[in-house]
Design a protein around this ligand. Structure first.
Ligand code: MN
Length: 366
């Protein structure tokens, strides 16, 4: 029974792994992009969808996405989609995106990951030929047929050798027959809203989408996202019942050795993550990270401090583990150690939070 529960937990962890890199790269209070969850919907009863988004980031590129396994498998294609038979374009595999991203058109404010205007350039359904989509993906060769508004016909994605973690190069090849090239006019027109890149950017400016502050500002420059008023009031009154305290370092609970698993009581099983235990203390704009000793870790993991700073609460203390994930999504202490010296090719670092110890001036430990 206990083992079964444990298994279930591991499976649920695996199921959400696909979007962790997507979520870790973004600060959702500062970008209009969807937060996203892996969808349990299966595509078995209908044709899966594809989307190509034209993205005027630091460098213009086209993001090619195929709905697969509850997420959008994604490639960035710098030179656009080839139309002439035999035409090949580099397609860099990037992090999975949530299904809702298919409808995302707008502007990612400056200072955020992927800042720039995004257009839904083409959308429709696709079909993988001769194989199951997932096994084709794993094998590194996907032959598919697109039925989009602009693109129709067959293409092939082939994985190339080499590349670093999370930056696998593929080739997008026009196979089947030639397609009439997309005109310059159609190239600058959204498949959904018919807007040009300029119009999308102008509309985002008009609605203030691009003005969401994305840099470290003064304390009041960034309003915290507002939860529903009713739940906010309830939370406030619940918090008032608790002991007042200051947000500060609290020695984290340690694991205990035991010979047997407990068989009764209200236990929750957690996966052991092999990383660095860290407590984050936020007091207004000041965020400090501590190891359990405690030793200050703030300057060693500035991205994590920044992520905690962006949390909606004014004061909090959370307990968690700083972890580096391998290409397969497994925590690796070795990778985390190497990350300090790796510089630009460093693997993404995650902060898994599993406990809240302090919130808005109150001690919330049990
Ligand atoms: Mn992009």
């Amino acid at each position: 029974m206990v083992l079964y529960e444990f298994r279930k937990h591991i499976q649920s962890v695996d199921a959400t792994m696909g979007l962790r890199r997507y979520q870790a790269k973004r600060s959702f209070s500062h970008t209009p992009e969807p937060t996203g969850e892996k969808s349990a919907r299966t595509a078995a009863l209908r044709e899966p969808k594809f989307v190509i988004q034209k993205h005027a980031a630091r460098r213009l590129h086209y993001d090619f996405r195929l709905e697969m396994d509850g997420v959008l498998k994604s490639w960035a294609v710098p030179k656009g989609i080839p139309c002439e038979k035999g035409g090949k374009r580099l397609a860099m595999e990037v992090e999975d995106h949530p299904l809702e991203y298919r409808e995302f058109e707008g502007t990612i404010p400056s200072g955020n990951y992927g800042a720039g205007t995004v257009m839904v350039w083409d959308t429709g359904t696709y079909r993988v030929l001769e194989e199951e989509p997932l096994s084709a993906l794993k094998k590194g060769k996907i032959v598919f047929q697109l039925a989009g508004k602009k693109l129709k016909g067959q293409w092939t994605l082939v994985r190339m050798r080499g590349g670093e973690s999370g930056k696998q190069p593929w080739l997008l090849i026009k196979t089947g027959e030639d397609m009439k090239p997309v005109s310059a006019k159609a190239d600058d027109r959204s498949a959904v809203t018919q807007r040009s890149m300029k119009q999308i950017a102008a509309d985002a400016d008009a609605t203030g989408e691009t003005e969401r502050p994305a840099r470290r500002g003064t304390p009041r420059s960034r309003p915290a996202p507002k939860p529903g008023t009713a739940s906010r009031l309830k939370l406030d009154s619940e918090l008032k019942k608790l002991r007042a305290s200051e947000p500060r370092f609290v020695p984290p609970m340690k694991t205990q050795l035991a010979l047997a698993l407990p068989e009764e009581g209200d236990w929750v099983f957690e996966v052991k993550l092999d990383g660095i235990r860290a407590l984050a203390v936020k007091n207004d704009r000041e965020v400090r990270l501590f190891s359990r000793r405690p030793r200050e870790l703030t300057t060693a993991y500035p991205a994590i401090a920044e992520a905690v700073r962006n949390l909606a609460a004014r004061q909090l203390v959370v307990d968690g583990e700083i972890v580096a994930l391998s290409e397969k999504g497994h925590p690796s202490f070795q990778l985390l150690q190497n990350a300090k010296r790796a510089g630009r090719s460093a693997p993404p670092i995650f902060y898994y939070v599993f406990d809240l110890l302090h919130l808005e001036g109150r001690d919330v430990t049990g």
